[in-house]
Structures are given as C-alpha cells and as structure tokens.
Design a protein around this ligand. Structure first.
Ligand SMILES: Nc1ncnc2c1ncn2[C@@H]1O[C@H](COP(=O)(O)OP(=O)(O)OP(=O)(O)O)[C@@H](O)[C@H]1O
Length: 401
C-alpha cells in the first residue's frame, strides 16, 4: 500500500552556507562541527520514513531536536534544503505555489500550540475562517463550522470570543478550525503543551476518541514521552536533527535503540503498555504431557532444573502446572498418572494482556504465568514470576553490561 506521507532523505539547514553544510553532513560531520565551521544549524538530518493513512504518528524529542523543523517541512512552511516529501505519492517539495496553497487548504491542516485564533472574531467565525478564505458561501461554511464545533465538544460556545474561553477550549477551537477544511492530514505542533496536566490528559482522550471516528493521518509533536506513548501508533524519536528510532510504544519501551532512548524510557510508567507477548520466554517451552506420567515428568524437571512445569495435552493445550514435590509423592505412591497433581486453577494471560492486568497474578501465585493463544488455548510461552515482579516494581533500568 502507498504511504500517506513519505519523507525521503529530508534535510533542513538554517543559515547561508547551505552547500558546504550539506557536504559536511554527507561526510558524516556532526551538527556541532558544522555549526562551528559554517555557522549553519542542522535542523533536520537525512530523515526517511513513511507515515501510513489513518496512522497517529508522534514525533518526540527534546527542545531543539528538530521536531518543529521536520513538521514544518511537511507542508513547506519551511523549505527543506534537500530531500522530498511525498503526499499521496505526489512530491510536494516540487509543487508550484498555487498547487501548494491548494494542498495546505484541502489536504494538510496545522494546529499550533499557541492557538493562533483571531481575537475579535467569535468561535464560530474563527472555525469558519479557513472556509471563508476558500470562498465558501456564508450559509454553507457556517453550517460546516457548527458541525465541527459540536464534534470537538464546544456546542453552545459559538458566539463567544476566544479570550472568554479557557486554554483547553481555545485549543479545541484551533482543532475545530483545522478540521473544518476536512483535511486528510493533521499536523499538530505541541498542541497540548500549554495546557495544565488535567486538561491535557482530557484533551488527549478526546483526541483519541475523535480519531476513532475520523481516521485522519495525524502527525503530532511532543517533548513528552508519556504523551507520545498515550497517543502514538508509532513514535519517532529525534535527537540533534536526527530520527534515531521509530517504533510502536511497546517496541520503544522494550528495545530502546540506544542509551539516549533508554534514558527517556526509564522514567515511563510501563505497566499499561508492556504486554505478555514481550515478557514471555520465547525459548521453546518445556512442558510435561499428560502421558509422560510421573517418571517422564521427573525426567523433564531434572533436565530443565525447574521445580514447576506446565502440563499440556499432546497438541499443547494448556492444562495447568505440576510441582516437583507432588510429582515425587505421586511416584512414591506408585501412581501411573500425574492427573491428580495438575494445578488447573491458575491464571493465564493472552499475548496482549498488559502487565497492569497481570498485577493480581503476582499476589495470587508463585508460579510462572502461562501465556496462551486465546483462540485455541495452546501454550505460547511462560512469564517467570521474577520478570513479572521486576516489571511491576518498576526497576527496569537496563543493565550496563
Ligand atoms: N529560524 C531558525 N533559524 C536558525 N536556526 C533555527 C531556526 N529554527 C530552528 N533552528 C534551529 O534548528 C534546530 C531545531 O529546532 P526546532 O525548533 O525544530 O526543534 P524542536 O525540537 O521543535 O524544539 P522546540 O520543542 O524547542 O520547538 C535547533 O538547533 C534550532 O536552534
């Protein structure tokens, strides 16, 4: 499938010595070296990635890492120094001005942190403003504006002035104004950063709800990893103008590309994000079969050095756990089967069960947690109590060799 946006080797350099700076970049020189030699600042360095239709894509990085620069290249509010941006397979870096205007009005809309509202116009007029610029007749544009105002939860506030609204409500007006044009792509630059934490979380939830209905392609900038993780289908992490990792929130949390990313990840509450599938032991699980009987079970326990093993049917349907001391007892009694000592009343997790949802499992049992395929109850792997406890007590600092 064709990506909605394709960013291809995009580079942005601020300053006059563009050519020399570009050359130095190609030679692998750092942002600091280039600044020192040429006085030019590297805003974005060789960014290449795709954003899919309907994707909520977050660009995250500290101040000065190049997020805004990259975002502004996507609609050419800033002209990139090199590389391309393809929207629906059309290279917008090559569009003549008139066509670019059309793209900005119809296809890509931008929502800013400082809401950029017209102070002397009502909420309704602010939202309808873009449509007015397009020459849409008044009745039509006001009707459209009323619809999006309702969509963002501002019904009843149509005739107020921006200054009469709270920050969160002003941000909604900004969002409504962007949505009024029915763009395919929404660019959001630190849209919620100016809001206090409670309102901010609420706006994040509302945006996610809206996105469920709208299925827009959203490119959202933030310097806050928690926000990135809450919102993003995928996250791109930037440092010194470079995209240093792209992945789903879970990928970023479980396999940070380098120490820089780990240092962010350490501060994040992972419990709601990490799932059973990434915690479970992927080595082929040693399990006892019903037909193994006490002898066979003990042999497997000796081989693995484990005192607890999962018991499964011949086709690997999970039955429960067996304990070493009980299997020994069964053998001493001379029983031929382990049936009586399979502990069946144990919690199981599905691959997408989160650590948060597994919390009760820790309190209830000292056994590993079995991860089973929800469709057929087959055993997929085990999560050791140790890794579950480490994950939930939050000491996930990566070992330094
Ligand atoms: N107009 C400009 N002229 C010169 N350098 C600039 C300009 N705009 C940004 N820069 C530089 O480009 C780099 C990237 O800045 P950018 O604003 O894109 O970062 P950012 O990640 O969005 O940061 P913030 O969150 O603070 O906005 C920085 O080194 C910045 O100093």
């Amino acid at each position: 499938m064709m990506p909605k946006l394709k960013i291809d080797n995009l580079t942005l350099i601020f300053g006059r010595e563009q050519q020399e700076a570009l050359q130095m970049l190609q030679q692998g020189k750092s942002k600091a070296e280039i600044l020192e030699r040429t006085g030019a600042t590297v805003g974005v360095k060789n960014a290449s990635f795709d954003i899919e239709k309907g994707e909520f894509f977050v660009i995250m990085g500290l101040s000065g890492s190049g997020k805004s620069s990259l975002l502004r290249c996507l609609n050419r509010l800033i002209e990139p120094s090199a590389g391309k941006v393809l929207l629906n397979n059309v290279d917008i870096t090559a569009l003549p001005d008139a066509d670019l205007q059309k793209v900005r009005r119809k296809e890509i809309a931008m929502v800013f942190q400082k809401f950029g509202l017209l102070p002397h116009r009502s909420v309704l007029e602010n939202v309808a403003f873009g449509l007015e610029l397009q020459g849409m007749p008044a009745t039509e544009r006001l009707e459209k504006a009323r619809n999006v105002i309702e969509l963002v939860g501002l019904k009843g506030y149509e005739n107020m002035l921006p200054a009469e609204l709270s920050g969160g409500m002003q941000q909604r007006v900004g969002l409504a104004r962007a949505l009024a044009n029915e763009p395919e792509v929404l660019l959001m630059d630190e849209a919620f950063s100016a809001l206090d934490p409670l309102i901010r979380t609420q706006m994040q939830d509302e945006l996610l709800d809206l996105q469920e209905k709208m299925h827009k392609t959203i490119v959202f900038i933030t310097h806050d990893l928690d926000e990135a993780i809450r919102l993003g289908d995928r996250i791109a992490i930037m440092k010194d103008g470079e995209v240093i990792q792209i992945g789903t929130p879970e990928e970023i949390l479980t396999s940070p590309a380098n120490e820089y990313v780990s240092s962010f990840v350490e501060k994040v509450d992972r419990k709601a994000i990490i799932t059973a599938s990434s915690l479970m032991d992927t080595k082929p699980t040693m399990a006892v079969f019903r037909k193994d009987g006490p002898e066979g079970s003990l042999r497997k326990m000796r081989a693995t050095g484990l005192k607890i093993l999962p018991a499964v049917t011949v086709d690997k349907h999970f039955l429960g756990f067996v304990y070493l001391h009980e299997v020994l007892e069964v053998k001493q009694r001379g029983d031929k089967t382990i049936e009586a000592v399979i502990h069946r009343d144990v919690p199981v997790a599905h691959p997408d069960t989160t650590v948060e949802q597994m919390l009760p499992f820790i309190a209830e049992t000292d056994k590993p947690v079995a991860v089973v395929n929800p469709a057929n109850n087959k055993l997929l792997g085990l999560i050791s109590q140790t890794s579950l406890i480490i994950e939930t007590t939050g000491s996930q600092a990566t070992p330094q060799a």
